[in-house]
Design a protein around this ligand. Sequence first.
Ligand SMILES: CC(C)(COP(=O)(O)OP(=O)(O)OC[C@H]1O[C@@H](n2cnc3c(N)ncnc32)[C@H](O)[C@@H]1OP(=O)(O)O)[C@@H](O)C(=O)NCCC(=O)NCCS
Length: 239
Amino acid sequence: MTRSCELHVTWLHAADADAALLAEATSWLDVAEHDRAGRFARREDATDFLLGRWLARRALAATTGTRPDEWSFDLGDHGKPLARGPSVHAPAFNLSHGGGLVVCALCATADSSVGVDVESISRRLPGRRLERFLTERELHALGPESGSTFARRFWRTWTLKEATLKAAGTGIAGTLSAAEVELAAEGGARVRPGAPLDRIELLELPIAPTHCAAVAVDAPALDGVEVASITRAVVPPGT
Ligand SMILES: CC(C)(COP(=O)(O)OP(=O)(O)OC[C@H]1O[C@@H](n2cnc3c(N)ncnc32)[C@H](O)[C@@H]1OP(=O)(O)O)[C@@H](O)C(=O)NCCC(=O)NCCS
């Protein structure tokens, strides 16, 4: 019998969150999260943090039949949050915020790990230092260095790479070339075969034309990834 990894993605515009939603998100935080939320210098960063935890708790609750406030998070060696809650199986999840969007990816099937990344295409490119971010092969595949096509290819490559390193749990503390990306591979973008993280499966998320977003799933014991849902979180009036 085949068993695939059931993937759920939820996202929202940070600007959609009203005071009531932020109050609900805050009421679900534990002591360490309260402390962290209070230490952000910029209000937008505090809001992104709150919304990420709100999306994650809602997704964890929805897929396990539990309550959002029953979930808390431990941090892995490189800071990756891992869910701890009332159900025996804590699904793997990951969060990203970028350019006003917040995204949560969750694998409901055990034996998996997931990474997600989102970036605005209009975010400034890192100038002449591109080779610090991408390998020679990845840079070559971007084509001529001008215009919106180049920017979109750069952010597609970057989000796929960062999602892969987040699935592995190292984040960008890991070797960037371990997740060398091939954008134009037949059947969709992938980690280059032979690269250390080539077992990880990649998916680009069609969330918003203004952003690039990607999910990476590490589930070698499973038979592929089934995208069960990609949903813009509905913000109930007067949450
Ligand atoms: C994780 C990382 C890639 C984030 O990059 P970013 O583009 O600034 O931010 P994103 O919005 O895409 O992702 C941030 C989220 O990723 C998650 N995250 C943090 N560390 C992670 C890791 N090592 N692996 C996977 N996910 C991670 C968190 O949920 C975080 O959001 P939160 O703190 O609000 O919950 C980057 O910070 C990194 O590589 N960190 C690990 C390196 C390290 O060891 N740093 C030392 C601090 S512990």
